[in-house]
Design a protein around this ligand. Sequence first.
Ligand code: P6P
Length: 343
Amino acid sequence: MADGKVGTNLTRHIYQKQMEHPEATGELTGILNQVAFAAKIVSREVNKAGLVEILGLTGMENVQGEEVQKLDDFANEVFINILGKSGHFCIIATEEEAEAITVPEGYKRGNYSIALDPLDGSSNIDFNIAIGTIFSVHRRVTEDEGEGEQDLMQPGRKIIAAGYVLYGSSTMLVVSTGDGVHGFTLDPSVGEFLQSHTDIQIPDKGNIYSINEGNYPYWTTGVRKYIDFLKEKDKASGRPYSGRYIGSMVADMHRTLLKGGIFMYPADKKDPKKPGGKLRLLYECAPFAFLVAHAGGAASTGTGPVLDVVPEDLHQRVPFFAGSKHDVSQVEWFVGKYDEDKE
Ligand code: P6P
């Protein structure tokens, strides 16, 4: 029998956090509520994608040279329209747009910038595998009316809020404003994100590794030796590890946040155009590095913290190793010891 108790929802959670920080302007509350609003709209379309024939390709390509699925387009437009007109942002970058987008004429330019992947893992849409939205918020650094890419091109250390939406068996919003990592599950019957996870903490050591082993021949020596090491039997250390790879970063990283272990997308020699691996710094690796750090884990390029990388290009790619501190430091050891060709 329902006891009538309603847990904290996203709005109340953010408001409570804001009350704990009187210096807060309340803008973060507005920003996260706007992200949640856009996520609800995208969630509705993702959940009925299989029914309304929205699947299939638009036949266009995005800046990554990837065929754009209709849901990609839809999610991109929803987030740009809602966030662009919210009055909180001066500039927006998304995976689907080659250039950063400024606020439409007639709408207030805000004090923040946001970089987002509107629908990551979109190649999985047709197979009903979980996909997601990833976002990262910075304070603007330019003067009024002077917004530019430099408001976006800040290192992850300067992120003030980041999170993701996981469109899976349920729709979850996981977010941090630097004070713990918290999860909210959408209750479609009331249209509210209700708090389901408080202060997520990654175990110091895991027993799951997550990587696309089809790229094994293209990895550096250090990465290959690390993966071989994880497969050696050793009862004392809990090896061999279990392999889990969904091929959708949000789903793989959500599991890593909750269960520990390590998710990896190393640099590989498969595509000369992508020497830094496949994942993008601004709206995939840096936001997850921020979340992992606030959940007690670590995120590395293999040779240093992802949060310290200063972006040089909106769509820059970096090698990415993230999860339990013990596991990330172990892969860094192998890279340090064996990768003569490390950057
Ligand atoms: P691969 C999805 O396209 C994505 O950007 C991430 O969500 C995912 O982790 C990665 O690519 C999967 O790439 O090369 O293993 O298929």
